[in-house]
Design a protein around this ligand. Structure first.
Ligand code: ADP
Ligand code: 5GP
Length: 204
């Protein structure tokens, strides 16, 4: 019996490898829907509107907030980021596991609205490796990299608010662990109420 979809929130320092992990997860396993956020930051080379993000102007973004069209939104390094409500609710209703890749303020806001959401934090094996990955990605200036590393120091204070910590050292291993955690969450009694009711009735 397929139980209902889970809302999964993945956070982690910029450069930890969240985007890379999500891409592999959906390539290797079925049943996942990735939410596409709205942002006011400029697209990086290779990013497409409607694929990585919906790229909006500040005015357009503020209109979405006013229309209550976002589940949550936050400011991160001078830009707005937010989760469109429609897609998440639609996919969950279809029984799919929906993944939000968002920063910590957004993660906490989601947990308040959806207490059953599973929160995962992705960290690199070391701070040195984080800097190497951020610089290696080659999509930000050194100044932006430094800003993101300062932000990482703040974010590290919030890790205990998450349900699980994933260390993205070997990518393949980390993808397997991510899928295993979500798979395990499907086995919680709270997500299997229909089956529990059925077996109780059969036993009665
Ligand atoms: P995030 O989405 O968390 O900001 P990215 O997915 O863009 O991070 O990854 C940052 C950089 O690190 C990319 O260049 C990516 O190819 C690289 N990377 C991701 N995971 C690993 C890993 N397990 N080992 C080595 N490099 C990685
Ligand atoms: P980036 O600019 O590297 O794509 O993302 C910067 C940060 O914004 C990352 O920590 C990412 O997880 C976060 N982020 C992306 N989309 C959202 C969103 O919809 N809401 C919130 N709160 N954070 C987001």
């Amino acid at each position: 019996m397929k139980n209902k979809g889970i809302l999964i929130v993945v956070s982690g320092f910029s450069g930890a490898g969240k985007g890379t992990l999500m891409k592999k997860l959906v390539e290797e396993y079925e049943g996942y829907s990735l939410s596409i956020s709205a942002t006011t930051r400029k697209p990086r080379p290779g990013e497409e509107n409607g694929r990585e993000y919906f790229f909006l102007t500040r005015e357009e973004f503020e209109q979405k907030i006013a229309d209550n069209a976002l589940i949550e939104h936050a400011q991160y390094c001078d830009n707005y980021y937010g989760t469109p409500r429609d897609y998440v609710e639609e996919q969950m209703a279809l029984g799919r596991d929906v993944i939000l890749e968002i920063e910590i303020q957004g993660a906490l806001a989601v947990k308040k609205q959806y207490p059953d959401a599973v929160l995962l934090f992705v960290a690199p094996p070391s701070a040195e490796e984080l800097r190497r990955r951020l610089l290696g990605r080659g999509t930000e200036t050194e100044e932006v990299v430094d800003k993101r590393l300062r932000r990482a120091k703040e974010e590290a204070q919030g890790i205990e608010a998450y349900d699980y910590l994933l260390i993205n050292d070997d990518l393949e291993t980390c993808v397997k662990e991510l899928h295993a955690i979500i798979d395990a969450a499907h086995h919680a009694p709270v997500r299997n109420e229909e089956f529990i009711e059925k077996i109780r009735q059969e036993l009665a």
